[in-house]
Design a protein around this ligand. Structure first.
Ligand code: TMP
Length: 202
């Protein structure tokens, strides 16, 4: 089973993923967690390039770098784990590419982006996607103490487009579960666990 988490920076994905992981393990399943971009030696190197504020990266190159990092992680690690029956949780997947590179940057047409995403993910699709929705203002407040990476320096208009992209995906795709991530951590976790447990019990 593949579970993905999506949302803009500061939406609390990391915290919610570790809480969910504990619950699924207590449920008796093996759980592996990876972040995108990252999770393999090649993908972590690509991540460093993508997030380095000194790097001037054109939108199409950016799209292809995120895709290259993904292809490596999925083929070398995620697919084999799923075949062994593990539950894999991804901190971001190709919905981030649609929201950030598609809606945010306008790197290529959305139909083209879908084809690239299918190639880079080796045809893999999530079973469940939790979209942790927060406003741009909340994201900025939560990220205040962090040093901005290259993506986070992209500005308010970019982030509004990204939020809109996630909202469109949430309205279109049945696997999406939108969670109000402005709420308290424990409340958010309860909602996520209720939905994941229902799926795991099927
Ligand atoms: P993270 O900070 O959540 O680990 O994600 C790294 C940054 O990369 C974040 O700003 C979102 C961005 N990103 C994209 O723009 N496209 C993608 O396909 C992915 C996976 C992440």
């Amino acid at each position: 089973m593949l579970i993905t988490f999506e949302g803009i920076d500061g939406s609390g994905k990391t915290t919610q993923i570790s809480l969910l992981r504990e619950k699924i393990e207590a449920f008796g399943r093996i759980v592996r967690v990876f972040r995108e971009p990252g999770g393999t030696a090649v993908s972590e190197k690509i991540r460093l390039m993508l997030l380095d504020p000194e790097m001037d990266i054109n939108p199409v190159s950016e799209l292809l770098l995120f895709s290259a990092a993904r292809s490596q992680l999925i083929a070398s690690t995620v697919k084999p784990l799923l075949e062994q029956g593990a539950v894999v949780i991804l901190d971001r997947f190709y919905d981030s590419t649609v929201a950030y590179q598609g809606y945010g940057r306008g790197a290529v047409a959305l139909e083209t982006l879908d084809r690239i995403n299918t190639i880079a993910s080796h045809g893999l699709e999530p079973d469940l996607t939790f979209y942790l929705k927060i406003s741009r203002d909340t994201s900025k407040k939560r990220m205040q103490l962090d040093v901005s990476d290259r993506m986070e320096q992209s500005g308010d208009i970019f982030y509004q487009r990204v939020i809109n992209g996630f909202d469109v995906l949430a309205a279109q795709l049945k696997r999406f579960r939108t969670v109000d991530a402005e709420l308290d951590v424990a409340l958010i976790h309860d909602q996520i666990w209720a939905q994941a447990r229902e799926y795991l019990s099927r």
